[in-house]
Structure formats: C-alpha cells, structure tokens
Design a binder for this molecule. Structure first.
Ligand code: MLT
Length: 334
C-alpha cells in the first residue's frame, strides 16, 4: 500500500510538471534572421543587439543565425519567407512591407512627420502601435516586434543639382515598390521606377536609373558616392523600419521564449534609436567628404502641397481616415 502511495505521488508530480523548460530555461532553438542590408546598416545593428540579448539570456539554448547583405533575398522576399515560416525574423523598410499589409501605407504618407521627433512620438505611443502591429500581423503573417528609425529620405542623383521641382523633371528615379512613394513622385510630375532595394546599386552604376531616395545612412552603407554626385534634402518621408517575426512560428513558441524574444526586440529598438542619430550625422559628413554636393529645396512648400494631395487615395487602404487622423493627432500633441 505504502509503495503504491509513493508511486501515485510520483505519477502526480510527472503530470503536474510540464515537460517543457522551467521558467528562465529555454528549449533548444535556432532562430534564422535576415536583412538585405550590409553589416554596418541599422537593420544589421538591431538584429545584432537582438542576437546578443537572446543568446546571452538563454545561456546558449537559443542560437540566432543572421543572414546579411541579401543572402536570403530582397526585402519583399524576406517578408514572404516570414509568412511561410522559412525565415523567423527579418528587418525591412516599412514601405517594402506595405504591399503585404496596406495599413503600413500610413507611415509612407508624404510629410506625415513634419519634424524627426514626430516619428518617435508616434512609434512610442504603445496603444496606437499595438493596434497597428496586430493589423500588420493579420494582414501579412509577419508580426512587428521592433520599430527602427533612420531619418528623412534624401534624393540623390548622378546628373545635376536638384534645388526646385523643375530640376526633378527628366530624371529617372528609383523608388521602392511602395505605392505612397510612387504616387508622391507622380504628384511632382515624374514617373518613378519601382525596383527591389538589392538591385539599386547596379542599376545606378549601369545608368538604368539616374537617382534614388533613401536616408543619409544608405549612402555610406552602399558606397553610393561611387555612382551618385548630388543630394537634395526633400524631407518628404521619414524612414521607419520593422523587425518582424513569422507570426505562425512565434505563436507556437513557449511563453517564456516569446517573452525573451519580446524583451530582446525592445532592447534592439532602444539601442537603434540611440545609435541612429549619430549615424545620420556621420553619414552626411562622410558623403560630403567623398565629394557629394548637398542642396536644400528653394520651393519646399510646392513639393509639400502637391504630395499632400495624394493622402485621400490611401485612406481606404490604411483602414479609414480615422486611423490617419488619430496618428496626426498623436503627432500634433504637445
Ligand atoms: C528601400 O528603399 O527599399 C529601403 O529604404 C531600403 C532599406 O531597407 O533601408
């Protein structure tokens, strides 16, 4: 009888203690993360912080393998790989995710962020961003867990200085395959060329296009001074990036593993926000030292008025004008 009682107690314990890891212990796991950007980029920087936190806090149980410089394909391919679960984590420009998640067109509305601090205001509003992140996950199958900032996109080209809207005409400009960018350039009277980010350097080199637009950091990251001469600060779009996870994969992880991934993403976001301001200033300085010429617009209000006119075309895609109004109100709040 006694032995039977002990046996019952052991069986009860086995039932009560889950076979998964104890809190603070993690089942063995390899996380595959990718960016189509090079090792010095803020994409890679954020992924690296994520890797360090996850690997050190899991005491080696979780390994993060990073694939940089497009070795897993361009950004839109990475989003598809997140959907299929082929990739677990990817860092992409929010615009490059917008064809999979129309709500992201919000962040591409031209002149949404009148000053750089405005992007930080919106991205720090937890209630608003939780709603956006849930919608993105439903629409795309990829869940944003970390948002990156990269400064305003600047226009570069190899032909001539662009100081006013007439100077833009006749230039062949590459933009990402993002509807808001295509429409903004159309509003300024040019037909932009949508193209995957990974193809841009060779397209500029082979003169398939004359120019592109991306934040200052992209110039040293990609040595654009080898193929571009002129820069114009047009302030039309603030670069926001997303580090997303494959949602189907993420939901199957243990709650502890999910919590650790969430914590590592928060740390990656904080670190990137602190790092990027310095990186932007350095990138501008380096571009000038390499012989590039930086101009400001003489007629910025003209650019603003034309591009702001495209906003209504995107209200339905974004999910309603009320979402845009809510974002604008958050940004405008003192
Ligand atoms: C693009 O123009 O496609 C993106 O801004 C590149 C990036 O992710 O930084």
């Amino acid at each position: 009888m006694k032995r039977r009682g002990v046996l019952c107690a052991v069986v009860a314990c086995l039932v009560l203690v889950p076979l998964s890891a104890q809190p603070g212990e993690y089942p063995k796991l390899t996380i595959m993360g990718a960016t189509s950007n090079p090792p010095d980029s803020q994409h890679a920087y954020a992924l690296d912080v994520f890797k360090k936190v996850v690997e050190s806090e899991s005491k080696g149980a979780i390994t993060v393998k990073l694939f940089l410089s497009g070795s897993m394909g361009d950004e839109q391919t990475n989003v598809k790989q997140l959907r299929s679960g082929e990739l677990h984590v990817a860092s992409v420009f929010s615009g490059n995710m917008s064809p999979f998640s129309p709500v992201l067109n919000l962040f591409g509305l031209p002149y949404l962020f009148p000053s750089p601090g405005d992007a930080q205001k919106l991205l720090s509003n937890k209630a608003f961003m939780d709603k956006i992140n849930d919608t993105v996950s439903k629409q795309s199958g990829a869940r944003p867990l970390c948002w990156l900032m990269g400064g305003y996109r600047v226009l570069t080209n190899s032909k001539h200085r662009v100081k006013n809207i007439n100077d833009l005409h006749g230039l062949k400009i590459r933009v990402s395959p993002t509807e808001t960018q295509l429409e903004a350039f159309r509003s300024w009277g040019v037909s932009p060329h949508p193209m995957a980010w990974s193809e841009v350097f060779s397209a500029l080199q082979q003169k398939v296009v004359d120019g592109q637009e991306n934040p200052f950091f992209a110039i040293p990251d990609n040595k654009f001074w080898e193929v571009q001469k002129y820069i114009t600060e047009i302030h039309y779009m603030f670069w926001t990036g997303i580090v997303a996870v494959s949602d189907a994969w993420y939901q199957k992880l243990t709650p502890d593993t999910r919590a650790l991934i969430g914590k590592a993403m928060v740390e990656a976001q904080k670190a990137e926000w602190e790092w990027v301001e310095k990186k932007e200033a350095n990138s501008k300085e380096q571009s000038i030292q390499r012989g590039m010429i930086v101009d400001k617009l003489e007629d910025e209000p003209v650019w603003v008025e034309k591009a702001r006119g495209i906003w209504p075309k995107f209200y339905t895609k974004i999910g309603g004008k009320e979402i845009v109004d809510e974002a604008v109100a958050i940004i405008a709040k003192k």
